[in-house]
Design a protein around this ligand. Structure first.
Ligand SMILES: Cc1ncc(COP(=O)(O)O)c(C=O)c1O
Length: 400
């Protein structure tokens, strides 16, 4: 907040939120507290700490690394400020964030509804693991809100979706999704990894919990794995308590890197939005490209929702090249700037052959039925000059 109470902008919060102004030794940068445990002066100190802790009094002390760390707490507070959340929990990976949320909100006999076209490992968690614990799962098409509502049962506890989705960048109407959850008394959880809090703040639209793979844009440099769960304190408090038992925490060194990465989140994402839009428009007009999926294109089915609810369309562009699998491999091999790699959101552009790199174990006929053709490519735009990326894509497309 500024002195007159107005909220500071995204870039200011990305640089400063979560840090105390006066740091130890008057260091400018938030220190990395690389410690697994904390000490007590004497037994009176132990008793005073235990008493304060038992009464739930605000206390800036820490006891043991699995229950908290100042560097992790600073990263959590920064993400919470960016998301308009009361607080956030940083965990070991994006998948750890999803698993931890499901383990806490679900129990035997309950039910979850998840939208299709989500991250494959999330689907595997739902379809291969949750049934082992007697949790039922229904998958509905992202964007079919009647099917979503019809799937809700008395025992439904979570409506889960992702936006924009992967690989087709479908855009969830978060307002409508949240409204269905609220009316039917079911918690809504959205994986907003592809959006980032710069482009979309799901909590502002009434979503209960936001999930991030901080491995992507929040870290931003392709050099760490982490995740976040963010929301209102009331919902998050039991999840934080459970983290001390379940243990999927993020270590302080990773939190330090996430804190540093988030300082440039706003400038990075805005630049990636701009470059991805330019690239999507270039690809849409290219004779060697069959189809392009990018929410910033007027032809994209989610464009109108994205315009209404998002501040930017993101840094990922998916497209099919005009050719078969081998032609697509030639195109991938000819690229000089993007690396062939399965992640996204960092400073280096990465390119993914969806069928081979994310669905290799799925038989081709099943892949095609799922809508994953052999000529589908996902480009995660980094921070290189858009003109250089376009020139590189153009020369590679000529090899098809
Ligand atoms: C949308 C989305 N959610 C979650 C994950 C999992 O994140 P992590 O790799 O940090 O576990 C990914 C990974 O690619 C993702 O793309």
């Amino acid at each position: 907040m500024t002195k007159d109470g107005a909220e500071q902008g995204d870039s200011t919060r990305a640089v400063h939120a979560g840090e105390t102004r006066r740091k130890p030794h008057r260091a400018l940068v938030e220190p990395l507290f690389q410690t697994s445990t904390y000490t007590f002066d004497n037994m009176a100190d132990v008793c005073a700490y235990q008493e304060a802790h038992a009464q739930g009094r605000a206390d800036d002390r820490f006891e043991y690394g699995r229950y908290g760390n100042p560097t992790v707490a600073a990263a959590e507070a920064r993400l919470a400020a960016l998301e308009h959340a009361d607080s956030a929990i940083q965990v070991a990976s994006g998948m750890a964030a999803i698993t931890h949320t499901f383990l806490n909100l679900l129990s035997s006999g309950k039910h979850i509804v998840i939208t299709d076209d989500s991250y494959r490992r999330t689907h595997q968690l739902c379809e291969e693991f949750l049934p082992r614990y007697n949790v039922a799962v229904t998958v509905v098409p992202l964007g079919d809100y009647d099917a979503l509502e019809a799937a809700i049962r008395p025992e439904t506890r979570i409506l889960f979706s992702e936006t924009p989705s992967n690989p087709y960048l479908r855009v969830l109407d978060v307002e409508r999704f949240a409204d269905i959850g609220r009316r039917r008394g079911v918690k809504t959880v959205v994986d907003a990894t592809f959006s980032t809090p710069i482009n979309l703040r799901p909590l502002d639209w009434g979503i209960d919990l936001v999930i991030h793979s901080a491995t992507k844009y929040l870290g931003g440099h392709n050099d760490l794995l982490a995740g976040f769960i963010a929301g209102r304190d009331q919902l998050l408090a039991p999840l934080r308590q459970a983290m001390g038992i379940l243990g999927g925490i993020s270590d302080p060194n990773t939190a330090y890197l996430v804190l540093r990465g988030m300082k440039t989140l706003s400038v990075r994402v805005r630049q990636q939005n701009r470059a991805a839009q330019q690239i999507a428009e270039f690809l849409a007009a290219h004779p060697s490209v069959e189809q392009v999926w990018y929410p910033g294109l007027k032809t994209h089915p989610g464009h109108e929702i994205a315009v209404r609810q998002m501040n930017g369309f993101g840094g990922v562009v998916s497209f099919t090249v005009r050719g078969d699998g081998p032609a697509t491999f030639r195109f991938m091999d000819a690229l000089q700037i993007p690396y062939i790699s399965p992640s996204l959101g960092g400073v280096e552009s990465l390119v993914l052959h969806v069928a081979t790199m994310a669905n290799y174990d799925v038989p081709p006929e099943e892949r095609w039925q799922l809508g994953i053709p052999d000529n589908l490519v996902r480009l995660a735009v980094g921070l290189e000059d858009a003109e250089d990326l376009i020139a590189d894509l153009d020369q590679a497309l000529r090899t098809i």
